[in-house]
Design a protein around this ligand. Structure first.
Ligand code: HXC
Length: 511
């Protein structure tokens, strides 16, 4: 008798694990997609998954729904570990009513989100859903809003990561949109507020789902997504890698990993990184990887606004967020897109106590009507604001240009930079020497000899880090080859930094 009951439990579990049945599982596989449970298995450490609400069913009785009550109601939820550290997870099951969100499906997600906040662990959401459960109407909309409210409350408390592995449309996109990171899978995932058919009817634009909201669109054009991967397996492996960089919540420090790289490592090649000609670009990523432990760099938004680079490295095993101008693209100018990208990254680091390393080679803000009409003033201010409000340790290295307002913005001393270093090749000035000369010696314009002499004067005076160093705006001029050692020691000295901003309900960052 007892044995029968135990046996029955196993049978029920087997039924639940089948979701919408073998045929639909096969069809999911046929599209190159894994099932909700297979994804969880790849995301979490082996055998670490503990499920909640495996037997939960929907309560809908309209449209004959009472006759179909699959266990789990289209979402698998629970917790487990990633390299031994706890995370909560939900994974939508497309084989059950297309992963659509019902009232009870939402309750399951809300339950693990509440636990995540209470217990201080990240939430990872795997999205693969046809949106609101059409048979449930407003009950489903209410369910979405309950999830949205929790995304908002959890923001800045625990890291939230969204992985889009199928359709994600309509208002459903707004839950991922409020999480910290969104990753997509190429060719099998898409996100849009209104689909291609509605677009065609309303604006007469003909566009495929892929063009409208595929991984390429969102990582290159809209910046909605932070990364795109070739398939489910790669995407989940990369999420595991990201989680290793992050603290579990805003009261804990990021994890310290063992490292096998000498913090004092000297990189002679950095002494010749800066080309002779100040207008020749070089790859700032080379500096990032040469400074990082084991050359390991986890880039965020790699394909968007490439004139600025954002991502995570470790120094002496500790996570550091990196923001760096990239002279290879638009000469490393700041513009609307790069300011928004970097500002969001800086704010993420600040919420989760991740120190920030800023590498500067910036000739200024990008000029032009499209920038001004697009509101570069407000968008540039986002980055300025984000750096200025951040209280985490901030270490800055100016490698070459730091001109104008962009000098101030890029984690300067004046925005509470803790260590502001410059290489001897740094040029800290209001603008480039030629432009400056043409303004202050306008009367001599046309006399090339005179202009050249004035330009040289200006260069001699300002195209160096020493004027700033004389004032203490630069703490120390350092040898490029010793950057890793100087920066690691700087962060080590800042581990107990305490800085708090005045009490306020919240700030009013220029959104
Ligand atoms: C209930 C749904 C569903 C939904 C899909 N299904 N979407 N059931 N509610 N929203 C079911 C289908 O009936 C089908 O059931 C199974 O899931 C698979 O769907 P298919 O259409 O066969 O799959 P596919 O061809 O891959 O197309 C996937 C799809 C399409 C693009 C997602 O199903 C679709 O367009 N669905 C409707 C999307 C939608 O309009 N949702 C509401 C958007 S409004 P069987 O039994 O045949 O397997 C919204 C608002 C959110 O979401 C509001 C937040 C505030």
């Amino acid at each position: 008798m007892m044995k029968d009951i135990l046996q029955q439990l196993e049978e029920r579990r087997d039924t639940a694990r089948l979701g919408g049945g073998q045929k639909r599982i096969d069809s999911q596989h046929g599209r190159g997609k894994l099932t909700a449970r297979e994804r969880i298995e790849l995301l979490l450490d082996e055998d670490s998954f503990e499920e909640f609400d495996m037997f939960k069913t929907h309560r809908c009785t309209d449209f004959g729904m009472e006759k179909q009550q699959p266990y789990g109601d289209g979402v698998v939820t629970g917790w487990g570990t990633i390299n031994g550290r706890m995370v909560y997870v939900f994974s939508q099951d497309f084989t059950v009513f297309g992963g659509s969100l019902s009232e009870t499906h939402a309750e399951k997600i809300c339950k693990i989100m509440d636990m995540a906040v209470q217990n201080g662990a990240p939430v990872i959401g795997i999205n693969d859903s046809g949106g609101a459960r059409i048979q449930e109407g407003v009950a489903s909309l209410a369910g979405y809003a309950d999830v949205f409210q929790r995304n908002i409350m959890a923001s800045g408390v625990v890291p939230q990561i969204s992985v889009i592995m199928g359709p994600c449309a309509g208002g459903a996109v707004y839950s991922p949109a409020m999480t910290d990171f969104i990753f997509m899978v190429k060719d099998t995932s898409y996100m849009f507020v209104t689909g291609p058919d509605v677009v065609k009817t309303v604006t007469n634009e003909h566009v495929t789902a892929e063009e409208l909201g595929g991984a390429s669109t969102h990582t290159k054009k809209s910046s909605v997504a932070d990364g795109a991967f070739d398939n489910d397996v790669e995407a989940l492996a990369e999420v595991r890698r990201l989680v290793d960089f992050l603290p579990l919540n805003n009261r804990e420090k990021p994890p310290v990993r063992p490292f096998f790289d000498e913090p004092g490592r000297i990189e002679d090649s950095l002494d010749t990184l800066i080309p002779e000609n100040p207008n020749t670009p070089y790859d700032m990523k080379e500096l990032i990887t040469k400074v990082a432990d084991e050359g390991d760099f986890y880039e965020i938004q790699e394909d968007y606004a490439k004139n600025i680079i954002t991502g995570f490295i470790r120094l002496e095993g500790q996570t550091v967020g990196v923001v760096a101008n990239q002279p290879m693209v638009l000469a490393g100018c700041l513009d609307i897109d790069s300011s928004r990208k970097a500002a969001r990254f800086v704010r993420f680091c600040d919420c989760f106590e991740i120190p920030i390393l800023t590498l500067v080679d910036v000739p200024g803000f990008l000029p032009g009507t499209s920038q001004e009409y697009g509101g570069v003033i407000k968008h540039g201010a986002k980055l300025l604001f984000a750096y200025g409000e951040a209280t985490v340790p901030k270490v800055t290295v100016i490698t070459r240009k730091a001109y104008g307002g962009a000098y101030d913005v890029m984690a300067s001393k004046h925005l509470r930079g803790d260590f502001n270093y410059a290489w001897p090749t740094a040029e800290i000035a209001v603008m480039g020497a030629k432009g400056a000369t043409e303004i202050i010696h306008r009367a001599d314009l046309g006399d090339e000899e005179k202009i050249a002499a004035h330009t040289k004067d200006y260069e001699d005076r300002f195209a160096n880090p020493f004027v700033a160093a004389e004032r203490g705006f630069i703490d120390e001029v350092i040898q490029p080859r010793s950057t890793r050692r100087r920066v690691s020691r700087a962060f080590a000295s800042l581990r107990n930094k305490k800085l708090t901003n005045p009490w306020k309900k919240h700030d009013n960052i220029p959104l």
